[in-house]
Design a binder for this molecule. Structure first.
Ligand code: SAM
Length: 228
């Protein structure tokens, strides 16, 4: 699988793949990461990629020309590329999207900057458009990384233990039960005693009860959504 980051600031993205699980996945050729800078396609003599908004309004908007040309070149190279735009005015990205997108062969994430991207680019090229939440970031790079990370851990072989995927929060209507590590007692704080007794059916029941409590407290709408 290939991820292409279409961004003016690839250096903001690159570091994320230089360590930990995703670095190892790249070393194992489970996916690769590429970058495409719209500025390299600008026909402006100063390589400008933005301009003031038509009709007025604060700030600069990313011009269509560099992005049209960058995305045309991408599609010419790979006609199966699936183009995702990041914008706060879209449906929120969720875990099911992460799973679904992990079956694509090539995803390109297009990051806006300034006041955003000329809408004609999104209309012409978007296969899908996502927001990562109801707040405004300075650019789409972090949003692209969030989605890329969530998608890539669903690619076969990326996680050491693929069981992790099936028990995590958002796999069902319930959030995951609290996890504990060793030692059993740290600074007077104990792990729940049931976790230590080795009776797996009782541990499962306790975890289910704790999952329900957590979900009721933090995300009650999840329970309502699934009629629990
Ligand atoms: N003027 C835009 C608005 O009010 O909707 C915000 C533009 S924002 C400063 C610049 C870029 O950051 C956007 O084009 C988008 O790519 C990215 N961005 C900001 N917040 C985002 C979010 N919540 N989800 C996804 N992308 C976001």
């Amino acid at each position: 699988m290939t991820f292409t980051f279409v961004t003016l600031f690839s250096n903001l993205v690159e570091g994320y793949f230089n360590d930990s699980i995703l670095q190892r996945a790249i070393e194992k050729n489970l996916f690769c990461v590429k970058y495409l800078n719209p500025r390299d396609f600008s026909l402006n003599k100063h390589s400008k990629v933005d301009d003031t908004a038509v009709g007025g309004g604060a700030g600069m908007v990313m011009n269509p020309q560099p992005l049209f040309d960058a995305l045309d070149s991408l599609k010419k190279e790979d006609e199966n590329v699936y183009i995702v735009f990041l914008t706060p005015v879209a449906k929120p990205f969720v875990q099911n999207d992460a799973k679904r997108l992990s079956n694509k062969s090539h995803i390109a994430f297009v990051s806006g900057r300034y006041e955003g991207i000329d809408e004609r680019v999104i209309e012409k090229y978007a296969d899908e458009v996502f927001s990562i939440g109801d707040y405004i970031l300075t650019g789409g790079e972090l949003a692209s990384l969030v989605i890329c990370d969530a998608v890539s851990r669903n690619i076969d072989g990326v996680l050491g233990n693929s069981d992790s995927l099936t028990i995590e929060s958002f796999e069902s209507s319930l959030l995951e039960a609290p996890s504990f590590s060793k030692p059993k007692c740290y600074e007077g704080l104990n792990v729940p005693s049931e976790y230590l007794k080795g009776n797996h059916s009782r541990i499962r029941s306790l975890k289910l009860a704790l999952s329900e409590c957590k979900t009721k407290f933090f995300r009650p709408e999840q329970l309502k959504k699934h009629n629990i």
